[in-house]
Structures are given as structure tokens and as C-alpha cells.
Design a protein around this ligand. Structure first.
Ligand code: HEC
Ligand code: HEC
Ligand code: HEC
Ligand code: HEC
Length: 365
């Protein structure tokens, strides 16, 4: 129950389009912009990472033809494939714990469920060699027992869109950083003594074990931003300086290409009147064939990328305006840029909100 409760707070539990406005609007936008695509086809394509227990791997030309003809039977079949309870649970326990073997070819990037061999139904793989459950078979697998990030790379290594533009590359960034720390210490937790289950044998006590939290920490359900990114201030001449230290083994922001880290500095004079404001954004921009901004999955190119590389420190200079007595900086995060959220019609406040991690007022001397 504890593990489930934690997992429910994660994005893994919200990866089905029925639970994720940004994902749903992205699918719809792709179809709207590309008349040869149909919605069910894109849903199936994206499902290999977003909903890997899907029973249909591809939409064939003949399926597509029947769907376009509006054949009721085919529509119903797709409906059944895409909206099962199992699918709606996203990256659920069975997705990870039924993975028997992982075959990842890094040169091809992540292929989600096409990288894995699932085990027999009812077998759960995990980190322990002595787990024994009355409810299901158990077996140990190295991809759980070691800190190695291979399990995460099934979906998080990298992926490119139809135009060969790389849209996410967290695992690649990690490899390039040379780090060996894995993903779990930060995104799950350090190991601590707890319980893998509250079941006990023969009326005894549940067995204490070294476990981790299933929080899959992200910006919205944890403090990872403050825990692993340092922010320092300084004043030099007429510059106000924010220094960011990225202590993670991947870029910040990483992952989905429209995330933004925002540094905002506002200035006030001695009467507390605002005398200036400046904003710097760490993010990437994605362009279509006409050179207009679009979503990563439709982009023909990336025009600009100011994300901060793994394990690096960077100074950001802000010019102090005349008469400023105080500076107030805000360090915050957006899951999608305001502009693109508007373009694709995102309405869920969860995605429109600016997540503020630190805010300080500093006397300028
Ligand atoms: C089967 C594919 C898959 C596997 C395996 C997987 N993930 Fe994910 N993960 C996803 C998808 C898809 C999302 C985005 C879900 C959404 O927001 O709709 C995600 C989201 C996340 C997020 C949240 C990012 C955010 O949007 O805020 C974190 C953190 C994360 N995963 C960490 C991990 C770690 C650590 C592992 C390995 C223990 C792992 N994942 C294994 C597919 C996977
Ligand atoms: C994204 C992949 C992923 C998902 C989803 C996932 N787990 Fe895990 N689970 C792991 C990893 C990785 C470990 C090994 C942690 C370690 O390094 O010890 C683990 C460990 C465990 C363990 C061993 C004890 C512990 O907590 O370390 C249990 C029990 C468990 N998971 C149950 C569940 C249940 C129940 C769910 C669904 C609510 C779930 N898991 C969902 C990846 C996942
Ligand atoms: C030292 C701690 C640390 C380690 C180790 C780490 N991360 Fe992160 N991760 C962070 C922080 C902090 C963020 C938030 C900033 C950002 O979005 O880049 C983050 C963000 C993410 C996100 C995007 C979250 C979002 O909201 O979009 C994903 C996906 C992710 N990490 C996956 C991984 C994977 C996979 C690994 C292992 C290869 C890993 N991380 C290792 C600290 C860590
Ligand atoms: C190779 C695996 C993979 C495939 C295929 C894939 N995704 Fe993702 N997707 C991910 C991972 C991993 C994340 C989490 C990264 C992060 O949150 O920063 C993610 C996150 C996202 C997000 C952000 C969701 C959120 O809650 O903020 C959107 C939107 C998205 N993907 C759209 C798509 C679309 C549309 C497709 C199909 C055209 C697709 N993805 C195919 C792995 C994949």
C-alpha cells in the first residue's frame, strides 16, 4: 500500500492520455498539423513508452483504412486496445516488475517495450534473491539488484522524432557526463531499512529489508530542484550575478523538450518601487519546416538550446538599473513554455503553473 501510494504521486501514474492534458493535447496537435496521421496511430506509436502494456504494437495500413472509412467494428477494437484499465494505469508496477530481459541498442535510442522481454504473466522480478510471495512468482534480476540505470534507459535513454531530431536524451546526457551514480538515489531515495511487503510467513513478523521509495521524484512531487541544484548570488560592479551549479548527471532541464528553468530578477528602489526586471530562461526551442516554433515531436530542427549541461556551473549576469536598492530573484520551473502551452491548447493548471523553488530579496551595496 505504501509503495502504491508513493507511485500514485509520480508522473508514471499519469502517463495515459486520459490522465495527462499535455500528452493528450500533443497527440491532437500532431494530428491536426499532419493530415496523413490519424489519432489512434499516434496513440499506439507513443504507447511503447507511455503505456507499454498495450497489446497492439503498430497500426497497419489496412487498420488505418478501416478507421478512416469509419468502420464501427475497427473503431471499437481500437477503443478497447487503448482504454483498458491496465493502459490507464500508465507505467504501473507490472510494467517495470514484469521485465525479464532488457535489450537496449543505444545507437537506436530507447524503444520502450520493444527493448524488453516481459516474463510470464504473474511473475514479478525484483532486487531480492529470496523474495517469496503467496500471490505471485518472484525472481531476482540484475536490472533491479544493481544501481545501473539500464531499466530507466528502456524509456529515458533518448528518442528521435520522424525527422531524426532528438527530442529527449536524458540517458545520453548521463553517459556523456561519465557519472556512475545511477538514477535511483535521487529519483527514488537512498536505501533505508523498511519493508518490501507487510506479508509475513507462519504468523511471524514481516522481514525488514533495504528498500527505496517509489516516488520517481519530479519537479512537482519533491524537492529535487533544491536538493541537487545550488544557486548563489553576488554583486560585481553593475552586475547582479546568479550562479547555478547543476549537480545532476544530466542537463537541467532534461527530458521533455519544452521544460523551462526560469531565472527572474526584479529591482526596487529605496521607496520599494519596481525599477526594472529581467528574465533568463534555460530551455530549447523547436522549429518546423517554416521556421515557426512547434512541439519537439513535430520539429525539423532545434534552434536554440540554453539548457545547462550535466555537472556544470554557470554564471548568469543581470545588469542592475540606475537607482536600484534591492534585487529580488526567483528561481522557478515550467513543465511547458507558456507560448507552446497556449499554441497546443493546454488547460490543466498543473501544466500552466510556474513552480517556484526559491525566492530571495537582496540588498544591493
Ligand atoms: C516503460 C517506460 C519507462 C521506464 C522503464 C521508466 N520510465 Fe520514467 N517516465 C516514463 C514516461 C513515459 C514518463 C512521462 C510520464 C508523463 O508525464 O506522462 C516518465 C516520467 C518520469 C519522471 C518524471 C519526469 C517528469 O515529467 O516530471 C521521472 C523522474 C522518471 N520517469 C524517472 C524514472 C526512473 C528513475 C526510472 C528507472 C528506475 C524510470 N523512470 C523508468 C517512462 C518510463
Ligand atoms: C519505473 C519502474 C518501477 C515501477 C513503475 C515500480 N517499481 Fe518497484 N522497483 C523498481 C526498482 C528500480 C526497484 C529496486 C530499488 C532498489 O534499488 O533497491 C524496485 C523495488 C521494488 C520492491 C522491493 C523493495 C523496495 O521498495 O525497494 C517492491 C516490493 C516493489 N518495487 C514493488 C512495486 C510496486 C507494488 C509497484 C507499483 C505500485 C512498483 N514497484 C512500481 C522499479 C519500479
Ligand atoms: C544528483 C541527483 C540526480 C540524479 C543522479 C539523476 N537526476 Fe534526474 N533530475 C534531477 C533533478 C534535480 C531534476 C530537475 C531538473 C531537471 O528537470 O533537469 C531532474 C530531472 C529529471 C527528469 C525530468 C523531470 C521533468 O520534470 O521533466 C527526468 C526524466 C530525469 N531526471 C531522469 C533521470 C534519469 C533517467 C537518471 C539516471 C540516468 C537521473 N535522472 C539521474 C536530479 C537527478
Ligand atoms: C522512447 C520512449 C518514448 C516514446 C516513444 C515517446 N515518449 Fe514521450 N516521454 C518519454 C519519457 C521518458 C518522458 C519523460 C521525460 C520528462 O518528463 O522529462 C516523456 C514525456 C512526454 C511528455 C511530457 C509529459 C508530461 O507529463 O509533462 C509529452 C507531452 C510526451 N512525452 C509526448 C509524446 C508523444 C506525443 C509521443 C509519440 C509521438 C511520445 N511522447 C513518445 C518517453 C517516450
Amino acid at each position: 500500500m505504501d509503495i502504491s501510494k508513493r507511485w500514485e504521486t509520480s508522473r508514471h501514474a499519469n502517463s495515459h492520455f486520459s490522465k495527462n492534458d499535455l500528452f493528450r493535447k500533443s497527440l491532437e496537435y500532431m494530428v491536426q498539423k499532419n493530415p496523413t496521421l490519424i489519432l489512434d496511430e499516434v496513440k499506439v506509436d507513443c504507447a511503447k513508452c507511455h503505456n507499454p502494456r498495450i497489446t497492439k504494437k503498430t497500426v497497419e495500413d489496412k487498420d488505418k483504412y478501416l478507421l478512416l472509412m469509419g468502420i464501427e467494428e475497427k473503431k471499437q477494437e481500437m477503443q478497447n486496445v487503448l482504454n483498458t484499465e491496465n493502459m490507464k494505469n500508465g507505467i504501473n508496477c507490472v510494467v517495470c516488475h514484469n521485465i525479464d530481459e532488457i535489450h537496449l541498442d543505444k545507437s537506436k535510442g530507447s524503444q520502450g517495450m520493444n527493448n524488453v522481454k516481459f516474463g510470464e504473466q504473474g511473475t514479478m522480478f525484483g532486487p531480492f534473491d529470496d523474495a517469496d510471495s503467496p500471490y505471485h512468482q518472484t525472481a531476482q534480476r540484475e536490472h533491479f539488484a544493481s544501481d545501473d540505470p539500464t531499466l530507466c534507459f528502456v524509456c529515458h535513454y533518448s528518442t528521435s522524432n520522424k525527422h531524426e531530431v532528438e527530442v529527449y536524451a536524458t540517458g545520453k546526457e548521463y553517459d556523456a557526463s561519465g557519472s556512475a551514480e545511477g538514477c535511483r538515489d535521487c529519483h527514488m531515495s537512498g536505501k533505508f531499512e523498511g519493508f518490501a511487503s507487510n506479508y509475513s510467513k507462519n504468523g511471524g513478523k514481516p522481514k525488514p529489508r533495504m528498500v527505496r521509495e517509489h516516488r520517481f521524484a519530479s519537479v512537482d512531487n519533491s524537492n529535487i530542484m533544491i536538493d541537487h541544484i545550488d544557486i548563489k548570488t553576488a554583486v560585481r560592479g553593475d552586475s547582479f550575478i546568479l550562479t547555478l551549479k547543476n549537480k545532476t548527471p544530466h542537463a537541467i532541464p532534461t527530458g521533455y523538450g519544452l521544460r523551462e528553468i526560469i531565472l527572474n530578477v526584479a529591482y526596487f528602489d529605496k521607496t520599494d518601487k519596481k525599477v526594472g526586471e529581467e528574465r533568463k530562461v534555460l530551455a530549447a526551442k523547436w522549429l518546423d519546416a517554416k521556421g515557426e516554433e512547434t512541439i519537439p515531436h513535430l520539429a525539423k530542427s532545434k534552434s536554440q538550446d540554453t539548457r545547462l549541461a550535466a555537472n556544470t556551473t554557470q554564471e548568469y549576469l543581470f545588469k542592475i538599473p540606475q537607482g536600484a536598492m534591492y534585487a529580488k530573484y526567483t528561481f522557478s520551473y515550467r513543465l511547458i513554455s507558456e507560448k507552446m502551452a497556449q499554441t497546443i491548447g493546454v488547460t490543466d493548471p498543473f501544466f500552466l503553473k510556474e513552480y517556484v523553488f526559491s525566492e530571495r530579496r537582496i540588498h544591493l551595496d
